[in-house]
Design a protein around this ligand. Structure first.
Ligand code: SF4
Length: 586
C-alpha cells in the first residue's frame, strides 16, 4: 500500500491494451469522487463532446473499500449524454470490492472498441473480446451470456452491462451492476454504448491483505456494531426505502400522475408493507454490507399463451423506482410496478428518468400534444399494459418521438410542446415533492440527485421561509457528502461515519497522513467537482423550473413562488461563487 499513490488501470479500447500507473494525489483526492475528479481533470476534455471516443469513462473506489462495512460504492464519472457536462453516478453490488481485489483504485476506459465487445479484467489479465452477437441483447440476457463466457471467481467477480438503450445512445440509459444495482442516472449506459462496450467483467482475483495491527480488528468490531445497531439501518433492512412511500404521501409530498397531485388514497397498493407482504422474496446486500437493504420481489409470466407453466423472475425494488413507475404513472398495484420495472431492467433504462418521462408523455397525450402516431400505444395513467409496451419503445428508440424522449423530457417537449408540465429538475425529478428547498436543490445539485444535499429533509422540518438559512444549509451539507462519496461509503451510513471515525479508520489501515488532514478535503473536493462541472458548461442561470413545480401543494400549502425563485437564484449564485472563486460561496 502506498499512502500517496493511486494504482490506476488505463485501458485503451481501440488497441485492447492496458497499462497500470501510479498516480499521486491521495492526500488531496482520497478516492471515489475526489479521485474521479482528479482523473477527469487530467484525462478528460472539458470542451469536446461526451461521445468523443477520447473522453474517459472512470470507475473509482476508496481507501477503506474492503476494510470496513458499507464502504461499498463505486463512483463512475464521465461527460454526460444528458447535458454534455461532467458528472458522477454511484453504484454498489460487488463492483467496489471487485476493483479493490483486482488491485486497483480506479479504472479509466479510453478510446472506442472497433466492434461491440466485452472487457474482462483482473489483477494480471486484460481481455477485450469481440461480442458482436450481443448487439440488441437485453441486459439480463447479457448478464447470463457473460457469466458463461467469463468464468471464475464468482464470489468476487462483478459484472457491468448495458441493454438496448445504451447501444442507441439514450441519455437515460443506465448500467446494470450485478443484476440488482445500477449506475442509474445521467446516461452512463450510453457512454459505454458509444465506446462499443456491452459489458465489463471485473474479476477481483487477487488477495488484499488486511492490516496487521491490533487496532484494526478492534475498530472493525466497533464500527460493525455501530452499523448494525442503529434504528435507521434496521429500517433499511426491514421494509427498506419503500417505507417512505406512505409517509411522504401523508405529508402531501409524493408526486402522483405527473405531479398533478401530491397524495392519493390509492397509496395502499404500493406501500412498503404491501411490497413486503405480497411480493418480497428475499433481501440482498452489496459486498461488505451487513445491512442488506436490497429488496427483491418477483414477477411471473407464462411461457406460452395457452401454457399453464410460469416463469418467475426476480426484480429489485426501492423507493425511487416505485415512485417513478408507481405513483407517478398512477399504477397502484405492487406486482404491476414490478412488471414495468422488469422491462426497464431489460432495456436497461434508469427507472426514475423513464417513469417521469412517461408520466409527462401521458399528460401530453391527454392534452393533445401527442397522438398515437408518436406514442404508438394509448397512454393513460394507471394503464400498466400500455406502460410495459411504452417502456420497451423508450428503451429501444422505437420511433423519432421515443428517441427524443430518451434524450430528456425537455428535449421531447421542445419538439412537441408541453414543457410547462415536464417534471424536470435538472434531470427528471426524484420522488420528493417536499417543497421549495428540494426543488431548488435538485435543479442545481451537482448530480441533480436528491442525495446531493438533504434539501428534501430540510423541507420536512422547516416551515419558515428564510432564503439565507436554507441556502446555507445546502452549502454546508454538501462537503460532508463529498467526503463520504470520496471514501465510497454508502450514504445510508452517513450517521455512523463521522469525520472522527473516518480518521480513526484511515489511521489503522495505513493512511495516517490522510487521517490527520481530512477536515478540509470534503470542501476541496466539492469545489473541484464544481469547477469541472462549470468548465464543461454548467450555468445555473440556464436551468429553469417548469411551471408545474410552482403549482404544487404540499403539507405547507401551495408553493411560494417568490421564495422558490429566490432560493434558486441565491443557491446558483453561491455555487458559482464557490466554483469560480470570485467570492466566498459559503
Ligand atoms: S445499505 Fe444497501 S445500498 Fe448501502 S451498501 Fe448496504 S446493501 Fe448496498
Amino acid at each position: 500500500m502506498n499512502e500517496e499513490m493511486f494504482r490506476v488501470l488505463f485501458v485503451n479500447l481501440a488497441t485492447g491494451k492496458g497499462r497500470v500507473e501510479l498516480i499521486p494525489g491521495r492526500s488531496s483526492g482520497i478516492g471515489g469522487s475526489g479521485l474521479a475528479a482528479l482523473l477527469f481533470a487530467s484525462y478528460g476534455d472539458p470542451v469536446r463532446p461526451w461521445d468523443d471516443p477520447d473522453q474517459p469513462f472512470i470507475l473509482a473506489v476508496g481507501p477503506l473499500t474492503g476494510l470496513f462495512p458499507l464502504m461499498s460504492k463505486t463512483v463512475s464519472a464521465f461527460k454526460s449524454p444528458y447535458h454534455n457536462q461532467y458528472t458522477e453516478s454511484h453504484a454498489g453490488g460487488r463492483s467496489a470490492l471487485a476493483i479493490r481485489f483486482s488491485g486497483y483504485d480506479a479504472l479509466v476506459l479510453q478510446g472506442r472498441a472497433a466492434t461491440l465487445s466485452c472487457l474482462n479484467i483482473g489483477a494480471r489479465h486484460l481481455e477485450l473480446k469481440e461480442t458482436g452477437f450481443m448487439a440488441g441483447m437485453h441486459a439480463l440476457a447479457a448478464g447470463k451470456v457473460m457469466r458463461r463466457m467469463f468464468k471464475g471467481n464468482s464470489g468476487h467477480r462483478s459484472m457491468l452491462r448495458i441493454g438496448q438503450s445504451g447501444e442507441i445512445g439514450s441519455a437515460m440509459a443506465c448500467i446494470n451492476v450485478d443484476t440488482y444495482r445500477h449506475f442509474g442516472r445521467l446516461g452512463g449506459g450510453a457512454v459505454l454504448g458509444n465506446k462499443n462496450i456491452k459489458g465489463i467483467v471485473i474479476q477481483g482475483d487477487s488477495n488484499y491483505p488486511l492490516p496487521e495491527n491490533k487496532e484494526y480488528p478492534k475498530l472493525f468490531k466497533k464500527v460493525y456494531g455501530m452499523v448494525t445497531d442503529t434504528d435507521m439501518l434496521r429500517k433499511y433492512h426491514n421494509l427498506g426505502t419503500p417505507a417512505n412511500l406512505e409517509s411522504l404521501n401523508e405529508l402531501q409530498s409524493l408526486p402522483w400522475r405527473n405531479l398533478q397531485q401530491t397524495a392519493d388514497p390509492q397509496i395502499s397498493g404500493i406501500t412498503g408493507e404491501r411490497f413486503a407482504d405480497d411480493t418480497l422474496l428475499r433481501n440482498g446486500a452489496c459486498s461488505g454490507c451487513p445491512v442488506g437493504c436490497i429488496h427483491i420481489g418477483y414477477v411471473r409470466e407464462r411461457f406460452e399463451a395457452k401454457d399453464n407453466r410460469y416463469l418467475y423472475r426476480q426484480v429489485a425494488y426501492d423507493y425511487e423506482p416505485i415512485f417513478a413507475v408507481g405513483s407517478m404513472l398512477g399504477v397502484t398495484k405492487a406486482f404491476d410496478v414490478l412488471r414495468i420495472l422488469d422491462v426497464l431492467e431489460k432495456v436497461c433504462l434508469d427507472a426514475m428518468s423513464a417513469g417521469v418521462a412517461l408520466a409527462w408523455a401521458t399528460e401530453a397525450a391527454e392534452r393533445g400534444f401527442l397522438s398515437l402516431k408518436e406514442t404508438l400505444v394509448p397512454l393513460k395513467f394507471g394503464d400498466t399494459e400500455s406502460y410495459i409496451t411504452a417502456a420497451k419503445h423508450l428503451g429501444t428508440g422505437a420511433n423519432e418521438f421515443y428517441r427524443l424522449l430518451g434524450l430528456g423530457t425537455l428535449v421531447a417537449a421542445d419538439s412537441y410542446g408541453g414543457s410547462d408540465f415536464a417534471c424536470v429538475l435538472g434531470q427528471e425529478m426524484a420522488g420528493y415533492a417536499t417543497g421549495e428547498v428540494f426543488f431548488a436543490a435538485q435543479s442545481l445539485g451537482f448530480r441533480h440527485s436528491h442525495l446531493d444535499t438533504g434539501g428534501y429533509s430540510y423541507d420536512q422540518k422547516h416551515k419558515e421561509k428564510e432564503v439565507d438559512k436554507a441556502v446555507s444549509f445546502l452549502m454546508e451539507d454538501e462537503p460532508g457528502r463529498c467526503l463520504l462519496t470520496s471514501m465510497v461509503s454508502c450514504l445510508f451510513a452517513r450517521s455512523v461515519y463521522s469525520e472522527d471515525l473516518l480518521a480513526e479508520c484511515l489511521k489503522v489501515t495505513g493512511y495516517p497522513e490522510l487521517a490527520s488532514n481530512l477536515n478540509p478535503l470534503g470542501e476541496k473536493i466539492r469545489r473541484h467537482r464544481w469547477q469541472l462541472r462549470f468548465a464543461t458548461g454548467f450555468s445555473p442561470e440556464e436551468i429553469t423550473l417548469p411551471k408545474r413545480f410552482y403549482k404544487v401543494s404540499t403539507w405547507k400549502g401551495p408553493i411560494d413562488t417568490v421564495y422558490l425563485d429566490e432560493l434558486k437564484r441565491e443557491y446558483g449564485r453561491r455555487i458559482k461563487a464557490l466554483a469560480t472563486g470570485t467570492e466566498e460561496g459559503r
